[in-house]
Design a protein around this ligand. Structure first.
Ligand code: NAD
Ligand code: MN
Length: 357
Protein backbone atom coordinates (compact mmCIF):
# COMPACT_ATOMS: atom_id res chain seq x y z
CA UNK A 1 0.00 0.00 0.00
CA UNK A 2 1.27 3.44 -0.89
CA UNK A 3 1.71 5.89 1.96
CA UNK A 4 1.87 9.61 1.32
CA UNK A 5 3.29 12.06 3.85
CA UNK A 6 1.08 15.14 4.15
CA UNK A 7 2.01 18.34 6.02
CA UNK A 8 -1.14 20.06 7.29
CA UNK A 9 -0.83 23.78 8.05
CA UNK A 10 -4.32 24.92 9.17
CA UNK A 11 -3.01 28.35 10.35
CA UNK A 12 -5.56 31.13 11.03
CA UNK A 13 -9.26 31.99 11.25
CA UNK A 14 -11.45 29.39 9.51
CA UNK A 15 -8.27 27.61 8.27
CA UNK A 16 -8.37 25.04 11.11
CA UNK A 17 -12.13 24.50 10.59
CA UNK A 18 -11.89 23.71 6.89
CA UNK A 19 -8.67 21.69 7.18
CA UNK A 20 -10.29 19.52 9.88
CA UNK A 21 -13.20 18.96 7.48
CA UNK A 22 -10.82 18.13 4.61
CA UNK A 23 -8.89 15.63 6.73
CA UNK A 24 -12.13 13.84 7.68
CA UNK A 25 -13.04 13.45 4.01
CA UNK A 26 -9.52 12.20 3.21
CA UNK A 27 -9.77 9.69 6.06
CA UNK A 28 -13.09 8.37 4.69
CA UNK A 29 -11.53 8.05 1.21
CA UNK A 30 -8.54 6.07 2.49
CA UNK A 31 -10.82 3.62 4.29
CA UNK A 32 -13.07 3.25 1.29
CA UNK A 33 -10.22 2.87 -1.21
CA UNK A 34 -7.88 0.73 0.86
CA UNK A 35 -5.10 1.20 -1.68
CA UNK A 36 -3.33 4.14 -0.12
CA UNK A 37 -2.73 5.76 3.25
CA UNK A 38 -2.03 9.33 4.25
CA UNK A 39 0.36 10.03 7.10
CA UNK A 40 -0.59 13.52 8.27
CA UNK A 41 1.66 15.76 10.36
CA UNK A 42 0.13 19.04 11.59
CA UNK A 43 2.11 22.23 12.08
CA UNK A 44 0.95 25.02 14.41
CA UNK A 45 2.40 27.76 12.23
CA UNK A 46 0.47 31.01 11.82
CA UNK A 47 -0.44 34.30 13.46
CA UNK A 48 -0.74 32.97 17.03
CA UNK A 49 2.80 31.72 16.80
CA UNK A 50 3.86 35.11 15.40
CA UNK A 51 2.33 36.90 18.38
CA UNK A 52 4.14 34.54 20.78
CA UNK A 53 7.52 34.27 19.08
CA UNK A 54 7.79 36.99 16.41
CA UNK A 55 7.77 34.53 13.49
CA UNK A 56 4.96 32.64 11.75
CA UNK A 57 7.07 29.58 11.13
CA UNK A 58 10.48 28.52 12.40
CA UNK A 59 13.49 29.54 10.35
CA UNK A 60 13.99 25.97 9.12
CA UNK A 61 10.26 25.67 8.26
CA UNK A 62 10.75 25.07 4.53
CA UNK A 63 13.45 22.49 5.36
CA UNK A 64 10.96 20.67 7.62
CA UNK A 65 8.38 20.62 4.81
CA UNK A 66 10.72 19.31 2.15
CA UNK A 67 10.33 15.66 3.14
CA UNK A 68 6.54 15.70 2.58
CA UNK A 69 4.71 14.56 -0.55
CA UNK A 70 2.26 17.48 -0.35
CA UNK A 71 1.22 20.41 1.83
CA UNK A 72 -2.42 20.94 2.84
CA UNK A 73 -2.84 24.59 3.78
CA UNK A 74 -5.76 26.44 5.43
CA UNK A 75 -5.52 30.24 5.43
CA UNK A 76 -3.31 32.86 6.99
CA UNK A 77 -4.21 36.33 8.28
CA UNK A 78 -5.32 37.83 11.60
CA UNK A 79 -7.12 41.09 12.41
CA UNK A 80 -4.26 42.31 14.63
CA UNK A 81 -1.30 41.42 12.36
CA UNK A 82 -0.60 43.34 9.11
CA UNK A 83 -1.57 41.25 6.08
CA UNK A 84 1.78 41.70 4.35
CA UNK A 85 3.50 40.24 7.44
CA UNK A 86 1.33 37.11 7.48
CA UNK A 87 1.44 36.57 3.73
CA UNK A 88 5.20 37.04 3.43
CA UNK A 89 5.82 35.19 6.70
CA UNK A 90 4.21 31.90 5.71
CA UNK A 91 2.44 31.37 2.42
CA UNK A 92 4.72 33.14 -0.05
CA UNK A 93 8.01 31.71 1.31
CA UNK A 94 6.56 28.21 0.78
CA UNK A 95 5.23 28.95 -2.76
CA UNK A 96 8.40 30.71 -3.84
CA UNK A 97 10.87 28.55 -1.89
CA UNK A 98 9.49 25.39 -3.48
CA UNK A 99 9.19 27.08 -6.88
CA UNK A 100 5.47 26.22 -7.09
CA UNK A 101 5.24 28.31 -10.20
CA UNK A 102 1.91 27.03 -11.51
CA UNK A 103 -1.10 28.07 -9.48
CA UNK A 104 -4.08 26.16 -10.84
CA UNK A 105 -7.57 27.39 -10.04
CA UNK A 106 -10.50 25.41 -11.49
CA UNK A 107 -13.94 27.04 -11.44
CA UNK A 108 -17.23 25.30 -12.09
CA UNK A 109 -20.77 25.91 -10.95
CA UNK A 110 -21.52 22.84 -8.88
CA UNK A 111 -25.01 21.33 -9.12
CA UNK A 112 -27.36 22.91 -6.59
CA UNK A 113 -25.32 26.11 -6.32
CA UNK A 114 -26.66 29.33 -7.82
CA UNK A 115 -24.43 31.69 -9.76
CA UNK A 116 -25.13 35.41 -9.37
CA UNK A 117 -25.14 35.49 -13.20
CA UNK A 118 -28.69 35.28 -14.50
CA UNK A 119 -29.35 32.24 -16.66
CA UNK A 120 -25.98 30.61 -15.96
CA UNK A 121 -26.12 27.22 -14.27
CA UNK A 122 -24.12 24.04 -13.70
CA UNK A 123 -22.12 23.27 -16.84
CA UNK A 124 -22.26 26.79 -18.28
CA UNK A 125 -19.09 27.94 -16.60
CA UNK A 126 -16.14 25.57 -16.64
CA UNK A 127 -12.78 27.33 -16.41
CA UNK A 128 -9.27 26.68 -15.21
CA UNK A 129 -7.28 29.78 -14.38
CA UNK A 130 -3.51 29.29 -14.45
CA UNK A 131 -1.78 31.90 -12.33
CA UNK A 132 1.95 32.58 -12.67
CA UNK A 133 3.01 32.04 -9.08
CA UNK A 134 6.73 32.76 -8.83
CA UNK A 135 7.45 36.24 -10.17
CA UNK A 136 5.57 39.16 -11.74
CA UNK A 137 4.01 41.71 -9.44
CA UNK A 138 4.63 39.60 -6.31
CA UNK A 139 8.37 39.23 -6.72
CA UNK A 140 8.86 41.28 -3.57
CA UNK A 141 11.03 43.92 -5.23
CA UNK A 142 10.52 47.60 -4.65
CA UNK A 143 11.21 50.13 -1.99
CA UNK A 144 10.33 53.31 -0.21
CA UNK A 145 12.37 56.47 -0.04
CA UNK A 146 11.84 59.62 2.07
CA UNK A 147 9.53 57.62 4.33
CA UNK A 148 6.95 59.85 5.97
CA UNK A 149 8.05 62.99 4.11
CA UNK A 150 5.84 64.78 1.55
CA UNK A 151 8.21 63.69 -1.22
CA UNK A 152 7.97 60.01 -0.24
CA UNK A 153 8.17 57.54 -3.14
CA UNK A 154 7.11 53.87 -3.09
CA UNK A 155 7.79 51.42 -5.90
CA UNK A 156 6.43 47.93 -6.58
CA UNK A 157 8.57 46.29 -9.21
CA UNK A 158 7.04 43.56 -11.36
CA UNK A 159 9.66 41.14 -12.68
CA UNK A 160 9.00 38.97 -15.71
CA UNK A 161 11.69 36.66 -17.02
CA UNK A 162 11.71 34.84 -20.36
CA UNK A 163 12.26 31.56 -18.50
CA UNK A 164 9.45 32.26 -16.03
CA UNK A 165 6.92 33.33 -18.66
CA UNK A 166 7.82 30.51 -21.06
CA UNK A 167 7.37 27.80 -18.44
CA UNK A 168 3.96 29.05 -17.28
CA UNK A 169 2.83 29.52 -20.88
CA UNK A 170 3.84 25.92 -21.73
CA UNK A 171 2.03 24.68 -18.64
CA UNK A 172 -1.13 26.57 -19.65
CA UNK A 173 -1.03 25.43 -23.30
CA UNK A 174 -0.49 21.83 -22.18
CA UNK A 175 -3.42 22.05 -19.76
CA UNK A 176 -5.64 23.62 -22.43
CA UNK A 177 -4.63 20.84 -24.84
CA UNK A 178 -5.70 18.20 -22.32
CA UNK A 179 -9.18 19.70 -21.91
CA UNK A 180 -11.98 18.88 -24.37
CA UNK A 181 -12.35 22.38 -25.88
CA UNK A 182 -8.57 23.01 -26.30
CA UNK A 183 -9.11 26.72 -25.78
CA UNK A 184 -6.71 29.15 -24.07
CA UNK A 185 -7.07 32.85 -23.29
CA UNK A 186 -3.86 34.75 -22.52
CA UNK A 187 -4.47 37.78 -20.30
CA UNK A 188 -2.18 40.82 -20.05
CA UNK A 189 -2.28 44.59 -19.88
CA UNK A 190 0.04 45.04 -22.83
CA UNK A 191 -1.52 48.28 -24.02
CA UNK A 192 -0.56 50.34 -20.95
CA UNK A 193 2.37 48.20 -19.80
CA UNK A 194 4.72 47.93 -22.73
CA UNK A 195 7.70 45.92 -21.45
CA UNK A 196 7.09 42.71 -19.51
CA UNK A 197 3.49 42.53 -20.74
CA UNK A 198 4.45 42.80 -24.40
CA UNK A 199 6.99 40.07 -23.72
CA UNK A 200 4.09 37.89 -22.42
CA UNK A 201 2.23 38.36 -25.70
CA UNK A 202 5.33 37.53 -27.75
CA UNK A 203 6.15 34.42 -25.72
CA UNK A 204 2.51 33.27 -25.94
CA UNK A 205 2.76 33.47 -29.75
CA UNK A 206 6.06 31.54 -29.71
CA UNK A 207 4.82 28.79 -27.40
CA UNK A 208 1.54 28.48 -29.31
CA UNK A 209 3.48 27.06 -32.28
CA UNK A 210 4.29 23.99 -30.14
CA UNK A 211 0.53 23.45 -29.67
CA UNK A 212 -1.07 23.80 -33.11
CA UNK A 213 -4.27 22.07 -31.95
CA UNK A 214 -4.93 24.66 -29.22
CA UNK A 215 -7.07 27.66 -30.18
CA UNK A 216 -5.91 30.74 -28.29
CA UNK A 217 -6.69 34.40 -27.98
CA UNK A 218 -5.48 37.45 -26.07
CA UNK A 219 -7.40 39.68 -23.69
CA UNK A 220 -6.58 42.80 -21.73
CA UNK A 221 -7.33 42.20 -18.09
CA UNK A 222 -9.92 44.96 -17.74
CA UNK A 223 -11.89 43.68 -20.73
CA UNK A 224 -11.47 40.16 -19.37
CA UNK A 225 -13.58 40.97 -16.28
CA UNK A 226 -16.40 42.01 -18.62
CA UNK A 227 -16.08 38.86 -20.74
CA UNK A 228 -16.17 36.64 -17.64
CA UNK A 229 -19.49 38.20 -16.66
CA UNK A 230 -21.05 38.67 -20.12
CA UNK A 231 -19.79 35.64 -22.03
CA UNK A 232 -18.70 32.95 -19.54
CA UNK A 233 -19.23 30.12 -22.05
CA UNK A 234 -16.63 31.64 -24.39
CA UNK A 235 -13.81 30.87 -21.93
CA UNK A 236 -12.09 27.63 -20.93
CA UNK A 237 -8.42 27.73 -19.87
CA UNK A 238 -7.00 31.12 -18.87
CA UNK A 239 -3.41 32.15 -18.13
CA UNK A 240 -2.46 35.41 -16.43
CA UNK A 241 0.15 37.04 -14.23
CA UNK A 242 0.40 36.65 -10.50
CA UNK A 243 -1.63 39.81 -9.75
CA UNK A 244 -4.11 39.62 -12.62
CA UNK A 245 -4.96 35.97 -11.99
CA UNK A 246 -5.26 36.61 -8.26
CA UNK A 247 -8.00 39.15 -8.96
CA UNK A 248 -9.68 37.25 -11.80
CA UNK A 249 -9.89 34.06 -9.75
CA UNK A 250 -11.67 35.77 -6.85
CA UNK A 251 -14.18 37.03 -9.42
CA UNK A 252 -14.41 33.51 -10.85
CA UNK A 253 -15.09 32.11 -7.38
CA UNK A 254 -17.86 34.63 -6.79
CA UNK A 255 -19.42 33.88 -10.20
CA UNK A 256 -19.41 30.18 -9.31
CA UNK A 257 -21.43 30.98 -6.19
CA UNK A 258 -18.96 31.77 -3.39
CA UNK A 259 -15.30 32.07 -2.48
CA UNK A 260 -16.12 29.15 -0.19
CA UNK A 261 -16.18 26.74 -3.14
CA UNK A 262 -13.01 27.92 -4.95
CA UNK A 263 -9.89 25.71 -4.71
CA UNK A 264 -6.28 26.25 -5.68
CA UNK A 265 -3.19 24.13 -6.20
CA UNK A 266 0.33 25.57 -6.03
CA UNK A 267 2.20 23.14 -8.23
CA UNK A 268 5.86 22.47 -8.87
CA UNK A 269 5.31 20.74 -12.22
CA UNK A 270 8.84 19.35 -12.17
CA UNK A 271 8.12 17.64 -8.82
CA UNK A 272 11.39 18.70 -7.26
CA UNK A 273 9.55 19.86 -4.12
CA UNK A 274 6.21 19.29 -2.41
CA UNK A 275 3.26 21.12 -3.97
CA UNK A 276 0.73 22.96 -1.81
CA UNK A 277 -3.08 22.70 -1.86
CA UNK A 278 -5.41 25.27 -0.28
CA UNK A 279 -8.77 26.96 -0.63
CA UNK A 280 -8.56 30.35 -2.38
CA UNK A 281 -10.30 32.15 0.47
CA UNK A 282 -8.62 33.75 3.45
CA UNK A 283 -9.17 33.39 7.18
CA UNK A 284 -12.68 34.98 7.09
CA UNK A 285 -12.69 36.66 10.51
CA UNK A 286 -16.39 37.47 10.17
CA UNK A 287 -17.40 33.79 10.41
CA UNK A 288 -14.49 32.28 12.37
CA UNK A 289 -15.65 29.98 15.17
CA UNK A 290 -19.28 29.99 14.05
CA UNK A 291 -19.08 26.53 12.50
CA UNK A 292 -20.48 27.69 9.16
CA UNK A 293 -17.35 27.94 6.97
CA UNK A 294 -17.97 26.26 3.63
CA UNK A 295 -15.60 23.26 3.42
CA UNK A 296 -16.25 22.63 -0.32
CA UNK A 297 -13.21 24.61 -1.53
CA UNK A 298 -11.05 22.54 0.80
CA UNK A 299 -12.61 19.25 -0.38
CA UNK A 300 -11.99 20.32 -3.98
CA UNK A 301 -8.35 21.17 -3.30
CA UNK A 302 -7.97 17.85 -1.43
CA UNK A 303 -9.15 16.26 -4.67
CA UNK A 304 -6.51 18.24 -6.58
CA UNK A 305 -3.95 16.94 -4.06
CA UNK A 306 -4.99 13.29 -4.58
CA UNK A 307 -4.80 13.77 -8.35
CA UNK A 308 -1.29 15.22 -8.00
CA UNK A 309 -0.21 12.35 -5.71
CA UNK A 310 -1.34 9.82 -8.33
CA UNK A 311 -4.68 8.75 -6.83
CA UNK A 312 -7.10 9.86 -9.57
CA UNK A 313 -9.87 7.41 -8.56
CA UNK A 314 -10.00 8.75 -5.02
CA UNK A 315 -9.81 12.31 -6.39
CA UNK A 316 -12.85 11.69 -8.62
CA UNK A 317 -14.79 9.93 -5.88
CA UNK A 318 -14.31 12.94 -3.62
CA UNK A 319 -15.64 15.34 -6.27
CA UNK A 320 -18.60 13.06 -7.00
CA UNK A 321 -19.40 13.06 -3.28
CA UNK A 322 -19.19 16.87 -3.17
CA UNK A 323 -21.42 17.20 -6.24
CA UNK A 324 -23.96 14.81 -4.77
CA UNK A 325 -24.35 16.63 -1.48
CA UNK A 326 -24.50 20.02 -3.24
CA UNK A 327 -27.21 18.70 -5.53
CA UNK A 328 -29.03 17.38 -2.43
CA UNK A 329 -29.04 20.95 -1.06
CA UNK A 330 -26.70 20.27 1.88
CA UNK A 331 -25.11 23.72 1.70
CA UNK A 332 -23.60 26.27 4.08
CA UNK A 333 -25.13 29.80 4.37
CA UNK A 334 -22.68 31.44 1.91
CA UNK A 335 -24.29 29.39 -0.88
CA UNK A 336 -27.83 29.80 0.38
CA UNK A 337 -28.17 26.81 2.72
CA UNK A 338 -28.50 26.31 6.45
CA UNK A 339 -26.05 23.44 7.03
CA UNK A 340 -23.01 23.70 9.29
CA UNK A 341 -19.45 22.84 8.28
CA UNK A 342 -19.78 19.57 10.20
CA UNK A 343 -23.11 18.62 8.60
CA UNK A 344 -21.67 19.15 5.12
CA UNK A 345 -18.57 17.17 6.09
CA UNK A 346 -20.59 14.28 7.53
CA UNK A 347 -22.73 14.19 4.38
CA UNK A 348 -19.63 14.09 2.15
CA UNK A 349 -18.10 11.30 4.25
CA UNK A 350 -21.38 9.33 4.06
CA UNK A 351 -21.47 9.81 0.29
CA UNK A 352 -17.85 8.62 0.01
CA UNK A 353 -18.76 5.47 1.92
CA UNK A 354 -21.90 4.98 -0.20
CA UNK A 355 -22.07 2.04 -2.57
CA UNK A 356 -23.40 3.75 -5.67
CA UNK A 357 -20.91 6.58 -5.98
P1 NAD B 1 -11.65 36.13 3.01
O1 NAD B 1 -11.52 35.19 1.88
O2 NAD B 1 -11.12 35.66 4.30
O3 NAD B 1 -13.21 36.50 3.18
C1 NAD B 1 -13.94 37.22 2.21
C2 NAD B 1 -15.44 36.96 2.42
O4 NAD B 1 -15.74 35.64 1.96
C3 NAD B 1 -15.88 37.02 3.89
O5 NAD B 1 -17.16 37.58 3.99
C4 NAD B 1 -15.92 35.57 4.28
O6 NAD B 1 -16.81 35.27 5.33
C5 NAD B 1 -16.31 34.86 3.00
N1 NAD B 1 -15.73 33.52 2.96
C6 NAD B 1 -14.44 33.22 2.69
N2 NAD B 1 -14.26 31.89 2.78
C7 NAD B 1 -15.44 31.35 3.12
C8 NAD B 1 -15.88 30.01 3.37
N3 NAD B 1 -15.07 28.95 3.29
N4 NAD B 1 -17.19 29.83 3.71
C9 NAD B 1 -18.04 30.87 3.78
N5 NAD B 1 -17.67 32.15 3.55
C10 NAD B 1 -16.38 32.38 3.23
O7 NAD B 1 -10.95 37.48 2.58
P2 NAD B 1 -10.67 38.81 3.44
O8 NAD B 1 -11.81 39.05 4.38
O9 NAD B 1 -10.29 39.83 2.47
O10 NAD B 1 -9.36 38.48 4.26
C11 NAD B 1 -9.35 38.00 5.60
C12 NAD B 1 -7.91 37.63 5.97
O11 NAD B 1 -7.49 36.52 5.19
C13 NAD B 1 -6.90 38.75 5.71
O12 NAD B 1 -5.97 38.73 6.77
C14 NAD B 1 -6.24 38.34 4.42
O13 NAD B 1 -4.93 38.81 4.29
C15 NAD B 1 -6.25 36.83 4.55
N6 NAD B 1 -6.19 36.12 3.25
C16 NAD B 1 -5.42 34.99 3.24
C17 NAD B 1 -5.38 34.19 2.11
C18 NAD B 1 -4.57 32.93 2.15
O14 NAD B 1 -4.16 32.49 3.21
N7 NAD B 1 -4.31 32.29 1.04
C19 NAD B 1 -6.14 34.54 0.99
C20 NAD B 1 -6.94 35.68 1.04
C21 NAD B 1 -6.97 36.46 2.19
MN1 MN C 1 -6.14 36.13 -3.52
Amino acid sequence: MKTYKIAAIPADGIGPEVIAAGLQALEALQRRDGGFALEVTSFDWGSERYKRTGVLMPEDGPEQLRVFDAIFFGAVGAPDVPDHVTLWGLRLPICQGFDQYANVRPTRILPGITSPLAGVGAGDLDWVIVRENSEGEYSGHGGRAHRGFPEEVGTEVAIFTRAGVTRIMRYAFRLAQARPRKLLTVVTKSNAQRHGMVMWDEIAAEVSREFPDVTWDKMLVDAMTVRMVKAPRSLDTIVATNLHADILSDLAGALAGSLGVAPTANIDPERRYPSMFEPIHGSAFDITGKGIANPVATFWTASQMLEHLGEPDAARRLMRAVEKICADGILTPDVGGTATTQQVTDAVCDAIRGENL
